[in-house]
Design a binder for this molecule. Sequence first.
Ligand SMILES: [Zn+2]
Length: 250
Amino acid sequence: MVKTNSWKEVENFVKENLVRADNMRIECGDGRYKPEQSEGAIRAFGGDFGMVMAFAGALKSEGTFIDPDEIVERYYRAVKDFRGEDAKLYYHTDEHKHKEGKIGCGHAAGASDPANKDMYGITSDEARGLYEAFAKHPRSNSTVLEGEHKERGVIYLEGKTHSLNSRRGHEMYFVVTPTQIDEAIDILTPIFSKGLVVPVDAEDVKAYYIRQQYATAKLLGADKLPVYSVRVKPSGHFVMQQLPQKRKTN
Ligand SMILES: [Zn+2]
């Protein structure tokens, strides 16, 4: 069983691993990212690929059917508008799965597995199609994570000005930045939607992101870990609270 930390230890981890947000990339909430692999990133399960999955769920629920290549290309155009010409599409694998030729991100792998039917709002075939389209995109950028999952909790970092490095040596946490995810979706959705008969509703994208995040958290056992909400002010001061664990549902 993975060790969990005392309140003081979690607080110290946050204090010592806060960094300025730079909004130039969205990286997965996987705790194994080293500081230099994630610094300043918006953290959302699946990284940019997770956002593509959320857009695909929203499109499907709204009755808009476009192929995976076009979904990825529309997403890329939106991030380019936001991040500039150097924009890349971020996702990750890990050293073990990479060697076996398998998907190394639990979020992408979970959605692509037929056993997890109905959990993600898109089918496993749809998730695989999106993953292939994303991986072959000329601007996709894969980060290879090292080691095993040993997250000691989940940290929701709220606020626009900071990000949090998720790993220090063997100490790691799942990190998600909800305020910045919502803001990114609000900015990206209108650009993504250009030329569509029915523009995508940003609230649908947010709802699918949350649904898919819970699905992966459950599959990775993150729903059994302590969850902390950390609200950071621009000064770097923060208020931390522990959230109740998600009620058990069948
Ligand atoms: Zn991941």
